[in-house]
Design a protein around this ligand. Structure first.
Ligand code: PGA
Length: 253
C-alpha cells in the first residue's frame, strides 16, 4: 500500500512569522486526519522555525532545493547535512522553476538526488513536459529522458524510497490542470519506466505525485487515479483551508 503524500511547495512565499502562524493553524485543521502523509516545504529562511513548530507532530518538513556537496566555498548554497540537522525529511529537486530560471538540468538533479539519499533525505524529483512538447506529441519521450537521467545509477531500493512528482509545466500556476486520465497515463508510464530501471517491486513501492494547479475542487478526481500517489501543491498550499481541503480529498480518494 502506497501512502499518499500531500506536499505543499510554498515557493518564495511567507516570512518566518507568517510560516509559523500558518503551520500552527494547519496542525489544528489536520488534527485527526489519518491515512495520508502531509509535508510543508517553506523557504530556507523559515525551515528552522517551522521545524520547531512541527516537532513531535505528524506533519513533515521539506526543503525546496539544496546543493549536492556537504560543505565548502559555495556562496549562497545550502547542503543536505544542514537540512537533515534541522529535521527536514523531504527535499524537492529539479522543480521546473529551478530548471527554467536557475539553469538546473537532469545531471545536476541526479547529483542532488544521490546526495539527498546519502544523507537520509527523501527526494521529491520533479519531471514534466512543456506545452509545446505535449502539443508535438513528445510527452513520453521528454518524461522518459528526464526520469532516466535524473535517476541514473540508483538501486531498486533507492528508487523504491523516493518520490517522483509529475508536473506538466503548462499546468503549474496556470489554473489549467491535466485531465485526471491524462495525468494517470503519464504516472503509469513513469511507473513502467521505474520498473525497467529498478525492478517491479521498486516500481510498486515508489510514490508518484501529480502537481500543477491542484485545488480542493479537482483533488479527489486526480487523487482517485490508481497511479497518482498524492500531490505537490503550489498556490493552493498557501492557504490553510485549501491545503486542508486537498488533504481531506486524499483521505477519501
Ligand atoms: P501550482 O504549483 O499548484 O501553483 O500549480 C505546483 C508546483 O509548482 O509544485
Amino acid at each position: 500500500m502506497r501512502i499518499p503524500l500531500l506536499a505543499g511547495n510554498w515557493k518564495m512565499y511567507k516570512t518566518v512569522t507568517e510560516a509559523v502562524e500558518f503551520v500552527r493553524r494547519l496542525k489544528e485543521a489536520l488534527s485527526g486526519v489519518r491515512g495520508v502523509e502531509v509535508a510543508v516545504c517553506p523557504p530556507f529562511t523559515a525551515l528552522y522555525a517551522v521545524a520547531r513548530e512541527l516537532a513531535g507532530g505528524n506533519i513533515a518538513l521539506g526543503a525546496q532545493n539544496m546543493y549536492w556537496v556537504e560543505e565548502g566555498a559555495y556562496t549562497g548554497e545550502v547542503s543536505p547535512v544542514m537540512l537533515k540537522e534541522i529535521g527536514c525529511r523531504y527535499v524537492i529537486l529539479g522543480h521546473s522553476e529551478r530548471r527554467q530560471y536557475f539553469g538546473e538540468n537532469d545531471e545536476n538533479v541526479n547529483a542532488k538526488v544521490k546526495a539527498a539519499l546519502k544523507h537520509g533525505l527523501v527526494p521529491i524529483v520533479c519531471v514534466g513536459e512543456r506545452l509545446e512538447e505535449r502539443e508535438a506529441g513528445q510527452t513520453e519521450e521528454v518524461i522518459a529522458g528526464q526520469v532516466r537521467r535524473s535517476l541514473a545509477g540508483l538501486s531498486g531500493a533507492e528508487l523504491a524510497g523516493l518520490v517522483v512528482a509529475y508536473e506538466p509545466v503548462w499546468a503549474i500556476g496556470t489554473g489549467r490542470t491535466a485531465l485526471p486520465e491524462d495525468a494517470q497515463q503519464v504516472n503509469a508510464f513513469i511507473r513502467r519506466l521505474l520498473a525497467e530501471m529498478g525492478g517491479r517491486e521498486a516500481a510498486r513501492q515508489v510514490r508518484i505525485q501529480y502537481g500543477g494547479s491542484v485545488k480542493p475542487e479537482n483533488a479527489a478526481e486526480l487523487l482517485g487515479q490508481p497511479d497518482i500517489d498524492g500531490a505537490l501543491v503550489g498556490g493552493a498550499s498557501l492557504k490553510v483551508d485549501s491545503f486542508a481541503g486537498i488533504v481531506r480529498a486524499a483521505v477519501r480518494g
